[in-house]
Design a protein around this ligand. Sequence first.
Ligand code: SIN
Length: 219
Amino acid sequence: MIAGSASACSLDRVSAVRGDEFKLAGEEAALRSADTIAANKLMDRFDDHHSVWLFGYGSLIFKPDFPFIECRPARIRDWTRRFWQGSHDHRGTEISPGRVATLIAQPGATCEGIAYLITPDVFDHLDYREKNGYLRFTTDMTFEDGSGAEGLVYIATQDNAAFLGQAPEREIAIQIAASVGPSGRNSDYLIELAQALRKLGKADPHVFAIEQHLNDLAG
Ligand code: SIN
């Protein structure tokens, strides 16, 4: 197994993906809170599998600090990436939250990211890392060769305590420019994600617009 970066994924494996509905277990919904570690333990769907695909669309793209067997560019459908989730523990604080990526349901939309094939024991680390509002959901993802797989994705939905919601992209950029947390500057999260998407040959108008506002604010 390797722990690597997005660059470990060759661009010729960028996938054409088809996504399906995410399924949230009732117990998870009941346990939804600012700290999702306990709720995520209930998502035991893949625990008896040797390996499982994890779809990453935010920091999991540019900061894969976990062991994986393989990674491939991938895509899911009917969800779009938005900087609508607050970050109290990575790129901001409780008093001054940053803004990080989550997925918002949007029929017909496509979200490009990277899929990692991991062993289920890696979820202990991931659940801790994603504990500020993110729950594991099952999803279908599609790879460049048209093949697909069912796997998991972390999503911070609007009923989690750290959710901030929609705002004009310039206001999002202003908040990001001002935020810093234990994992570093919030602006680095945005910029590293934008760079990683470009490297994959993928455009995300929302991410790129916030990046442009950040550049304007700095300039
Ligand atoms: C992800 O990257 O897939 C989840 C959100 C994050 O950790 O930034």
